[in-house]
Design a binder for this molecule. Structure first.
Ligand code: SF4
Length: 369
């Protein structure tokens, strides 16, 4: 069995899984349907697909993906703006590699690069800063994509540019924060979520406290979770316990990394550089206070300001159901394009591009199950 092969002690693992399955049966009895547990972190998405856990709990627990992959939730309009940026003479776009292949309306950063645009793959905002230092004649624009985990590093790079007087470095920030997105998702009422597997990395910055509202306002249990298979199984077990005992408090199962108040230093640097404003999410629309915008006093490092970028609005590619997928309404195989017109080699939607996207993870690990 795939899951057991991945556990250090298969015998102990078997006993643990038996216990969790028994609870899953009781929870399904109580709910009158399989319990729906949602993860909202691309690393969890990949770990769950790779582990085979989904098939092990088939009919008892539905493990659904939500808006946890930063590339996937980047709105189609923002992809168009990024493509537009790469066409501005003198601009060099610096980006994480995943963004390159996200299809836009009629192009992608990859296609623009093949047509001659200056687009460089970097592994950190510090690399982009270095690129700007070494190429004073170029206007280097870093594409700031990601959640609370990557944004502090971007904030540091902006501060460093300011402190060293670098004036050819800007950031196009489409950074997003998770709590307002979860609120929006739960308010939409589109899916009955019985429990949330919370993103350990995000919570390490924000603190578990930032997610207490899930239990208090929505009566849904949520658990901050680490990234090993045992961490995930343990959180599934804990969520089932909470469902069975009608306990909706948010708990922290990743205490050795996540503090209730989060990482003070990271939160400080975020507050120094960004303010929160409305942001467009693929699948979720515009969500109030869910985006990190560069503060007025640092506006010379804001690509929106320097290049007069206006927000673009753009539809999903025809037939693509990434939006529904990111709301947990469907699983990848429900999309008619999955595995035929949409594959990792020729992706139609972003969820098939990023290694953290649910469609890419399903395609790689769960096809045919
Ligand atoms: Fe979008 Fe492709 Fe996934 Fe369909 S299979 S939802 S088109 S990424």
């Amino acid at each position: 069995m795939k899951v057991l092969e991945r556990l250090n002690d298969p015998e102990l693992g078997q006993r643990m899984l038996k216990l969790v399955r028994e609870k899953a049966v009781r929870a399904a009895d109580r709910l009158g349907r399989p319990a729906v547990l949602m993860e909202v972190c691309g690393t969890h998405t990949t770990a769950i697909s790779r582990s085979g856990l989904r098939s092990l709990f088939q009919g008892l627990v539905e493990l659904r993906s939500g808006p946890g992959c930063p590339v996937c939730v980047t709105a189609a309009g923002d992809i168009e703006t990024m493509i537009g940026l790469s066409r501005i003479p003198g601009v060099t776009v610096a980006t994480f590699g995943d963004m390159l292949r996200v299809p836009g309306r009629d192009s992608s950063l990859e296609r623009e690069r093949a047509a001659g645009a200056r687009i460089k793959i970097v592994y950190s905002p510090a690399d982009a800063l270095e690129l700007a230092k070494n190429n004073p004649a170029a206007e280097v624009v870093f594409l700031g994509v990601g959640f609370e985990t990557t944004a502090p590093l971007v904030a540091l790079s902006i501060k460093q540019a300011r402190d060293t007087g670098l004036n050819n470095f800007t950031v196009y920030s489409v950074h997003k924060i998770m709590p307002p997105a979860l609120r929006s998702l739960l308010d939409s009422g589109g899916i009955n979520v019985d429990g949330l597997i919370l993103p350990g990395h995000v919570c390490a910055v924000t603190g578990s406290e930032s997610f207490r509202f899930i239990g208090e306002d929505y009566g849904i249990p949520a658990i901050v979770t680490g990234f090993t298979l045992v961490d995930i199984i343990d959180s599934v077990n804990a969520l089932l316990n909470k469902i069975l005992s009608a306990d909706s408090a948010t708990s922290n199962n990743y205490r050795w990394v996540v503090k209730q108040e989060g990482n003070g230093e990271a939160r400080r640097v975020l507050e120094e550089c960004f303010y929160t404003g409305a942001a467009a999410w693929r699948g979720l629309g515009i969500i109030k206070d869910s985006g990190l915008m560069i503060k007025e006093e640092l506006s010379s490092y804001d690509a929106r300001n320097k290049f007069g970028l206006a927000a673009s609005i753009c539809d999903e590619p025809p037939g693509c159901r990434c939006g529904e997928l990111l709301r947990g309404l469907i699983v990848p195989t429900d999309c008619g394009l999955f595995g035929c017109r949409c594959t990792p080699t020729l992706p139609v939607g972003p969820c098939m591009v990023s290694s953290e996207g649910a469609c890419a993870a399903y395609y790689r690990y769960e096809r045919g199950e």
